[in-house]
Design a protein around this ligand. Structure first.
Ligand code: ADP
Length: 370
């Protein structure tokens, strides 16, 4: 069991500022995922927690103890990397036992823990194999096993699935989700650029951008109530449609005009000061449906259709210029390229962001919490 506290953690390499003051509270036993685009500082943040990088300023606590200057080996942490880095000439058993042998653990204790880890990871029948006789997914499980036997308080994963092909990635992702269930007391922090991994694995997701935390929340909080445009478009695939709009009437619900003068009432409160102002209006592709009644949100020509079987991604040109809208419609819906299409959405699924890209919904929630 271990909780982590980060206060104003900054990291610079010379005059390259990578982390700009990260504040974060991670509860004991939580599965936290750091997600963000390449170069946003995820790995650096993980490596500062592991102690593989010094912190330039700020404070990092594990279980209440400041560990800024504690070496990695004394932090109670085990890390799994993208490259499994197994010893090629050692069997699976020996790869997993290696660290404990160095630490001069008893033979019986080593055997007990290796077999227990192998059991959890379904590696028991491979214990005598060499890594080269195993698939990428199995090798990554051995690397995870090597970390488990150390009985860490905190488990760190740095993009562990990126070297695997698509099918193995899904299978290993499920293994990691089950691992979390078999080790409920262990705090886990997982870095990925893949929002699907973040959504499926995390208790809470930390979205990072340019060395700053954009939002922290459960997968569904981030999906349903993204605090800003960046999070809105990062979580969910295809990304949320966003388009310019004007606030015709602010209030407890907001009347917007968008797409060549269409008007829509959105059940999100906006302050009086927002009236007449330019905002961004957002709706997820999966929240759009073919309009059945007279009341539709968008009308446009079908520009392109990507049929995926179960669903089809329909690109609609509303004639307003810019990117086409994307609608995720059932695979069997009749949609013809070149035809006009009317799309509707439930008002509760609509989003509004201010001129700085901050959600009005997020602000209302923040005001309530304060
Ligand atoms: P991510 O894991 O999100 O892809 P990283 O944490 O690896 O991002 O890197 C964040 C930024 O820090 C990048 O712009 C990278 O170039 C920079 N960076 C990482 N390590 C160093 C280093 N040793 N020296 C200088 N810049 C670095």
């Amino acid at each position: 069991m271990a909780e982590l506290t980060l206060r104003q953690v900054k990291k610079s390499y010379g005059n390259v500022h990578v982390l700009h003051g990260i504040d974060l509270d991670i509860k004991s036993g939580e599965f936290i995922v750091f997600v963000g685009p390449s170069g946003c500082g995820k790995s650096t943040l993980l490596r500062t927690i592991a102690g593989l990088e010094d912190i330039t300023s700020g404070e990092l606590k594990i279980d209440g103890e400041v560990v800024n200057d504690v070496p990695p080996s004394r932090r109670g942490i085990a890390m799994v990397f993208q490259s499994y880095a197994l010893y090629p000439h050692m069997t699976v058993y020996d790869n997993m036992a290696f660290g404990m042998r160095i630490a001069r653990e008893s033979k019986a204790e080593i055997d007990r823990r290796v077999r227990q880890a192998a059991e959890i990871l379904q590696l028991t029948k491979y214990l005598d194999r060499l890594p080269r006789a195993m698939s990428g997914g199995q090798r990554q499980r051995v690397a995870i096993g090597r970390a488990i036997v150390r009985n860490p308080k905190v488990f760190l994963f740095d993009e562990p699935l990126s070297n695997l092909d698509a099918a193995l990635r899904v299978a290993t992702r499920i293994e990691i989700a089950k691992l979390k269930e078999t080790m409920p007391a262990t705090t886990m922090i997982y870095v990925t650029h893949d929002q699907v991994e973040a959504m499926t694995l995390a208790d809470r997701i930390v979205v990072l951008k340019d060395g700053n935390v954009e939002q922290v929340g459960t997968p569904m909080e981030l999906y349903k109530k993204p605090g800003n445009l960046f999070v809105a478009q990062f979580i969910g695939s295809p990304a949320m449609n966003v388009l310019p709009a004007t606030v015709e009437k602010a209030g407890t619900a907001t009347l917007l005009s968008h797409s060549g003068g269409r008007r829509t009432t959105v059940p999100i409160a906006t302050p009086a000061g927002a009236q007449g102002g330019a905002v961004t209006f957002g709706v997820r592709p999966e929240d759009l449906a073919i309009a059945t009644g007279a009341d539709h949100l968008f009308e446009g020509r079908v520009d392109y259709v990507e049929q995926l079987g179960e669903v089809q991604l329909v690109y609609v040109d509303t004639g307003r210029g810019g990117e086409p809208l994307v609608a995720k419609l059932p695979g069997n819906a009749e949609v013809r390229r070149g035809a006009m299409l009317r799309l509707a959405a439930e008002p509760r699924d609509l989003h509004i962001f201010d001129g700085e890209g901050r959600s009005f919904l997020g602000r209302e929630a923040a005001a309530e919490a304060a």
